[in-house]
Design a protein around this ligand. Structure first.
Ligand SMILES: Cc1ncc(COP(=O)(O)O)c(C=O)c1O
Length: 314
């Protein structure tokens, strides 16, 4: 469960507002509201971009939006597993990586493959058993958390595990695919990296394969960007545009769908026992956030009043 602290306040705008404003071109007469797609393999010399493997304005817009939503700097990749593989490449030869035994199958398979080739040692743990995970952190170079896990929807105590892992000098990564930044912002609990399969809830329409890594650590950002530049696991601009344009709508509707599921199943006699859905664990956190939310609403209102004042003056 991720809870905001005084040191890590909410973004000035709500996630829904951020999703429809961040990474968009500055407004003006006849200016497009969305970033136009750039199809280019090569750019004019002496600029920042140079070559299509190093950057693309269409990615930059999506990276700005997802970075703003997660509260860090974002790099997009050709798929979620390309992002996973880039992160796992951070650890040294033979290092130990702690990961949920019920993590996404592709992640577990990557770990098994790297272990079989002697590249690293994977220690798979029950992510709901915080004591066991904390004990495993001792020898780790990297602690991989997926919370909730796909498909078992198991929840990790991110804050406690993060503290133990950092004490042991390990990187902490959270695969935030299932929660999305609307429900959980792991960088606020000072984890090093957030990973997404944007193919899932973020893109949302089953028409784009996309991955992302978000971090607040500039050094890590540079290392990961360097890997992406060299390996070329880059997204196509078409997939990015599809994901970016739909971001706000998808985030909102996926949360509505989860709420509808909760309301619907509550009265179904055939649904026994506990129900699981991404977001179940956040109810308590949301209640605790109400004070911060009031503060954010106040800031948004102030911005609106200022804008209104300006428009009546002009
Ligand atoms: C939690 C999680 N992480 C990573 C991935 C891999 O993402 P992709 O399919 O975009 O490579 C998936 C895919 O389902 C996933 O569910």
């Amino acid at each position: 469960m991720v809870e905001p602290t005084d040191a890590t306040p909410f973004p000035a705008l709500s996630p829904a507002t951020t999703a429809v404003t961040a990474g968009r071109p500055s407004p003006g007469p006849d200016r497009p509201l969305n970033t136009p797609i750039t199809m280019a393999s090569t750019y004019g010399a002496t600029g920042d971009l140079e070559y299509g493997r190093y950057g693309n304005p269409t990615w930059a817009a999506f990276e700005e939006a997802l970075g703003a939503l997660e509260g860090g700097r974002c790099l997009t990749f050709s798929s979620g597993l390309a992002a996973v593989s880039t992160v796992l490449d951070l650890v040294g030869q033979g290092a130990t990586v702690v990961a949920p035994r019920h993590a996404y199958n592709g992640t577990v398979m990557q770990l098994a493959d790297l272990e079989a080739r002697g590249r690293l040692q994977a220690e798979l743990v029950d992510i709901t058993d915080t004591d066991a995970v904390v004990a495993a952190c001792d020898d780790a170079a990297l602690v991989w958390l997926e919370s909730p896990t796909n498909p078992a929807l198991e929840i990790a105590d991110i804050a406690t595990i993060r503290a133990a892992a950092h004490e042991a000098g390990a990187y902490v990564v959270v695969d935030n695919t299932f929660a999305t930044p609307l429900l959980q912002r792991p960088l606020e609990t000072e984890v090093d990296l957030v990973v997404h399969s944007a193919t899932k809830f973020l893109a949302g329409h089953s028409d784009a394969l996309l991955g992302a890594i978000v971090t607040r650590d500039d050094q890590l950002y540079d290392v990961l960007k360097g890997r992406r530049d060299l390996v070329g696991a880059i997204p196509g601009p078409g997939g990015i545009i599809v994901a970016g344009v739909g971001l706000a709508l998808v985030l909102k509707t996926s949360v509505w769908a989860r709420r509808r599921y909760v309301l619907f199943t509550r009265w179904q006699p055939k649904v026994f026992g506990r129900r699981f859905w991404p977001g179940r664990w956040t109810d308590l956190a949301l209640r605790r956030r109400s004070t911060l939310r009031k503060e954010r609403l106040r800031k948004e209102r102030e911005q609106l009043l200022a804008a209104e004042e300006m428009s009546t003056k002009n």
